[in-house]
Design a protein around this ligand. Sequence first.
Ligand code: PMP
Ligand code: GLU
Length: 413
Amino acid sequence: MRKGFYFNIKMSKEQATLHLSERVNQMAISQTIAMAQKARELTAQGKPIIKLSLGEPDFQTPDHIKAAAKQAIDDGHTFYTAVPGNLDLREAIANKLKRDNDLHWEAKNIVVSTGAKQSLANVFMALLNPGDEVVILAPYWVSYSEIVKLAEGTAVLVTGDIVNDFKVTPEQIEAAITPRTKAILYSSPSNPTGTVYSRTELEAFAEVVARHEHVFVVADEIYEYITFEDDYFSIGAVDAIRDRVITINGFSKGFAMTGWRVGYMAGPEWMAKACDKIQGQITSGTCSIAQKAAYTAISGDLTPTFEMKKAYQRRRDLVLGLCKEIEGVKTYMPQGAFYLFPDVSHYYGKSDGTQSIQDSDDLCLYLLSDAHVALVPGSAFGAPECIRISYAASDEELTEAMKRIKNSLAKLK
Ligand code: PMP
Ligand code: GLU
């Protein structure tokens, strides 16, 4: 076959699929990002879309953090940094982990990456062999299962019930562990439910993990600074399993820095070294300017972070109150993040006379076209009876969106 043959012809989707790796063909598209893209397209067509699809703070990055980035450019920090991140940033992260989380890692245990998403990808690339299992507490964030798949692992879902605030029990985790289990993965506060595991609940999980020496915990704490109770607890602080917990965190949520792309992992040195090695071949680490901004964020004044948290809490109460007024919708009390994940299955099997609703995908498409509100179907998070409302939006937008949702749902018979 002539060299370059494939690149000279126009390929159909089927041809492209034929030539792409199984790895990519097997991968689902991120539904959070796909819904956000669809909402942007409709907005560009002039539709009055209210976007409650993407899990992204609606606040600007605080000014003192922006100023640090400007200063970094003026000071000439325009070169590659150390692959695992600047030493001052890793030391500041180590201090924060000691202060807030009772985690005693040093700079050498920390790797800074292009967002917590890459930190997760590094960790699972480093940890998994083909067929290794990862127990994921569900409903789970869309990218968990795909990252595990990409690393040739198998995702094993353990699902919490809405009547129990979507919390998984230690018994469920125990029952899911097999000799192939490599890790347990969860986020607290959770994306998509906003559920926060308490100290007592995490200690009970740790007891299970302590009994299975081959099992690690990957604790995604990216929403840590958006919790509405005061007793945030990190499972890595339980002595019996300290050296088997890999903590993931980042700057996107608590500091409203999604676009800057800075996240990190903290864990045993051998794991940090492995992440460093992977990153050294794939990205050479994250942006030098963004790292300087992140240093200021983590070592500076947290007042803007607490102000944003207060706003999210007020919005949680607003959206939850309005949601409870909608017939047939089941709710619960989220304690953190900026998501509400109500059960809307009451509307499945109904129709507005034109569109018939069979599942969460149909319902989200219906609400997008009829109410002009963009949400994400629960199917993307392993809970097809639910939809995700991201309430990182203004009070006015939230009030209007909930009114439109209520009206559109009322048309379904
Ligand atoms: N974990 C969870 C639970 C998230 O919701 C997100 C948001 N995208 C991430 C990790 C990744 O965040 P980022 O890559 O922006 O740091
Ligand atoms: N975490 C956000 C969400 O769930 C951002 C999008 C993404 O990275 O998936 O919407």
